[in-house]
Every structure is written in C-alpha cells, then in structure tokens.
Design a protein around this ligand. Structure first.
Ligand code: PLP
Length: 370
C-alpha cells in the first residue's frame, strides 16, 4: 500500500485569498482620514483572519499594531514588525509581563487587577501603558469617577509610563439614543483628565471614517483596513475601501434538474424550470453561514448567481441556469471584491466582522498582490 507523504497539503479547492495591495490601499485610506495622527492598525483575531504576517507586510505605514494575544504579538515580531505593539486587553496574569518585556509591548490597563499587578512589578522594570477609561460603553475601563485616584496610583510607580488615555466608543457606527454619542464620549474622556498633556486614543474605524472631526489622538481602525464596512447602511466601496479577502471555492459538479425536482437536505428548493445546478466546494464547516437564505448571491463566470437549497457542511448549491460560462472547475467567489462580505453578512443578520474573523483553520490562506 502506498504511504501517504508527511503533511500533505490539501488540494481541496477552497481558499481565503488575501490581497496585500488591497490591505495597503485601505491603510492609505485610513491615513488620508487620520492625517498626522498616529494609526494603530488593529490586527486582533489574526488580522480579522487575514493573517498577522500579511498584515505586517501590508501595514508598514502604520505606527503600530494592536492585538490581544502574546502569540500573535510574537508572530508579528517574528515577521519583522519593529514598531510598537499594543495589547488591547493588557495582561491577564503576572507572568504575561515577561512577554511584554521580551517583545517590547505597550499594554492597556483597564481594571483594578491590572493596576495591582503593575504595583507588584520590580522597580527596575519599564512598562508603557495606555490607561483605559469607561465613558459609556460599560465594558472595559476604569469608571470616570476613579480617574484621579487611578492616575495618582500610576504616577507613583516609577516602572510605569502612561503613554495615552484611551476609551472605546459604543455607537460610532450609528448613534443609538439614549446610548452615549461619539461627541459625548470624547468630551467625557477629556473632562476626566483636563490637566493631561500626553496622548489620547479614542477612534475605531467608524469614528475615523464617519466622524472626521476628531481631535489629536492615536486612532485604532480595524475592520476598514480589511475592506469591510464599519456601519450598516454604508458600503465599504463608498468609503473608498477594497475587499482584502476573497473566499474562493470552485464548482465541483453540475446537475441538470427537471421542473419539480429538488436540491439537497430537506429539499428546501424546487426547480420551477429546467435548471442547471452547480455544487460548490464551501459549506458551513468552512465558515459560510448555514442560515444563508435562498437567493444569497455568489460570483461565478462573471455573474451573480443565487444560492439554492440548504448550505451543507462541505458544499453549497447554486443555480447556474443563467451562467452558461460556468463549468466544473470554475472559480466561485463567496465573498470578496464582487460580492461584499457586508452583503452576505447583512442577509444572515450579522456583520462582516463575524464572517471574516471566524473563518476556520480548515480554509487555507493564500496571498496575492505582493
Ligand atoms: C477591535 C477594536 C478596535 C477596532 O475596531 P473596528 O471597528 O474594527 O475598527 C479598536 N479599538 C479596540 C479597543 C478594539 O477592541
């Protein structure tokens, strides 16, 4: 019996094709809005699943990278990133300071536990921090009422240098009264430290692109760098952004259906006419939403073609009756430059952020536009 070679790479035709030139283009769009303000390119969740290494290659013009996990910081350093890296949730345990030291990371400090950890650091350590306050998101950050006490405790620590005061916006994508507004949260942050002469950091993508009146601060765009929209009802294209990922499958088989025949599990779809059905190499185990409704578009043969029938684990089916150029082997874009991830997300009641970031490891990554 023939032996399987070690670690064979799969030839299953499904990949997340990451376009480095689109990533760089989107960063330039962020730069056009940020002007001289520093940009932290947010690359958490494996650069929203575009790959930390790709982000390092494409985001050289950013001032820093922001992420959550030590191993992603390590990957960024290994890929050659020499500028600052910000840990957006700071440290989780005392031992994380060893990594902070080794990789020269800047850390967010958002809670009492982290402050206590700083107070236990040896006096010869040096740590740069972003001190985070809660101005209405009610998730992370010290309450405004503790600002003076927290700043006094930090100022007493020779190990610690406060680089910036930061907050995170709840409604920059769409103001939701009675929730806090962008203007209100900015004012609240400034009001809690009127004497502060250092840097500020407030804006995410939606604030940077949709509220261009921000003052001096280090901005933190994420989703827009990947070419997806930060706000429902605003297309990425209208913001000058380009999709950086194409989720690309192929037509694996074709079926001719007579009127009245059905497709797939549960026979959800019935052919009303003679139909040509394409079976596509992407299913819900590949991160494509199983809740996709009839008519969800895919891009094949230069056309939008509608999904028909239920998405299964490894495959989905599309109606190619009006796409005569599609053959077995034709590439199929599930999302990318022709079908925006925002459109797919909106049709299943979620956001591009979720579809991009949760793409499973099973989907191979490939790079273009280098
Ligand atoms: C994820 C994140 C961002 C980026 O948000 P986008 O909406 O993707 O631009 C900015 N700041 C913090 C603290 C974050 O966690």
């Amino acid at each position: 019996m023939a032996r399987i070679p070690p670690s064979p790479s799969s030839s299953r035709p499904l990949q997340a094709l990451v376009d480095l030139s689109a990533l760089a283009h989107n960063l330039a769009q962020a730069r056009a809005r940020a002007g001289s303000r520093p940009i932290w390119a947010v690359v958490k969740a494996n650069a929203y699943r575009h790959g930390i290494e790709n982000a390092v290659r494409a985001f050289g013009a950013a001032d820093g990278l922001a992420l959550l996990e030590a191993d992603e910081a390590q990957r960024a350093r290994d890929a050659g990133w020499r500028k600052p890296i910000l840990l957006l949730e700071g440290v989780f345990e005392m031992r994380d300071f060893a990594v902070v030291d080794a990789l020269d990371l800047t850390v967010v400090v958002h809670c009492e536990d982290q402050l206590a950890m700083l107070e236990h650091l040896p006096a010869d350590r040096r740590v740069s921090i972003y001190l985070k306050f809660d101005t209405g998101m009610n998730r992370l950050g010290f309450p405004a009422g503790q600002a003076n006490a927290v700043r006094a405790r930090v100022a007493a620590l020779p190990q610690v240098q406060v680089v910036a005061l930061m907050t995170h916006l709840a409604n920059a994508d769409q103001e939701q009264l009675p929730g806090p507004t962008v203007r209100g949260q900015r004012a609240a942050l400034h009001a809690l430290a009127p004497d502060w002469r250092g840097a500020w950091s407030i804006s995410n993508s939606a604030a940077l692109f949709l509220h261009p009146d921000g003052g001096p601060e280090a901005v933190r765009p994420g989703i827009t760098l990947y070419g997806a929209s930060p706000a429902a009802g605003t297309s990425a294209e209208s913001l000058g952004l380009r999709a950086a990922m194409q989720l690309q499958a192929r037509v694996l088989a074709l079926r001719e259906l007579a009127p009245g025949e059905t497709v797939g599990y549960g026979s959800r779809w019935t052919a009303a006419r003679r139909s040509r059905i394409g079976v596509v190499t992407c299913g819900y185990a590949d991160g494509y939403p199983r809740t996709a409704p009839e008519g969800m578009p895919v891009w094949v043969g230069g056309c939008r073609a509608p999904l028909v029938g239920r998405v299964s684990m490894d495959m989905l089916t599309v109606d190619l009756t009006e796409v005569p150029d599609a053959v077995v082997g034709s590439p199929v874009e599930l999302w990318g430059p022709n079908i925006s991830v925002d459109e797919v997300a909106q049709r299943v009641g979620t956001v591009g952020y979720e579809l991009l970031s949760r793409l499973p490891a099973r989907v191979r990554e490939a790079t273009a536009g280098a």
